[in-house]
Ligand binder design. Structure first.
Ligand SMILES: [Zn+2]
Length: 234
């Protein structure tokens, strides 16, 4: 019963004028085990070409009722640079990359040079995705603080720009995470996994902004949801 009421509430919230922040990871046709983080090239092109309301993430955060779409990539995979970026650039579509520091310069991930190039492009916003890609809710207060602050500082040092946004690895966080974020004011907003569209109710909490996952596994359902919401006509 409780679950049903929750579902109805979410459905009602979904009717409000809303923006959407999409969560992507890999863009590749390479067969991988984890279907929940991979999006095929074909689906990626379909997604980009189906909407004309792509906007920088700050527009969605500052004015969620404006009904814009913001694309984000978690982890900092190399194919964001080699596959997604050239197409997004050609279509003038803004995007955000949430970077995990320890993954930089390792196989399959961005190099610091690629990260710098992305950061220098006005189309791209760079955010943090912690230092070690650990589930924050499983860490102590001090460990969490370290993850949140050191990642911000390390990325800022590389790109020479302020990093004001972050996304929780695995969408994992707890009351301590929120306390640290509030007290340190290290980020202006942080993003979770799921909970649908971003509007003045769902986006009320500065540090729990919802995101809609887009991957091969969830594509049909979530793409349809976006089409229904924004009547994509591009
Ligand atoms: Zn991640």
């Amino acid at each position: 019963m409780k679950k049903r009421i929750k579902k109805i509430i979410y459905r009602l919230i979904g009717l409000l004028p809303s923006s959407a922040v999409l969560m992507l990871h890999n863009i590749t046709d390479h067969p991988k085990l984890n279907k929940s983080i991979v999006l095929s090239h074909e689906k990626f092109l379909l997604l980009v070409n189906s909407f004309n309301n792509w906007s920088p993430i700050n527009a969605a955060v500052k004015k969620p009722s404006s009904g814009v779409l913001a694309m984000t990539f978690d982890d900092g995979f190399e194919d964001v640079y080699t596959v997604a970026y050239p197409y997004l650039k050609s279509q003038n579509v803004p995007f955000t990359v949430f970077v995990t520091v320890e993954k930089l310069n390792t196989e399959g991930y961005l190099t610091t040079e690629q990260l710098k190039e992305l950061a220098d492009d006005n189309l791209c916003t760079i955010g943090a995705h912690c230092y070690n890609h650990l589930p924050l809710a499983k860490l102590s207060y001090e460990e969490q603080k370290k993850e949140l602050i050191t990642s911000k500082c390390a990325i800022e040092k590389i790109i020479d720009k302020p990093v004001t946004l972050m996304a929780f690895p695995y969408g994992s966080y707890n009351a301590s995470t929120l306390k640290i974020l509030r007290e340190t004011k290290s980020y202006t907003a942080s993003f979770i996994v799921g909970r649908g569209f971003l509007n003045f109710i769902s986006g009320f909490s500065r540090y729990e902004k919802p995101r809609i996952p887009i991957d091969n596994e969830s594509f049909d359902k979530n793409f349809k949801l976006l089409l229904n919401k924004y009547n994509g006509d591009r």
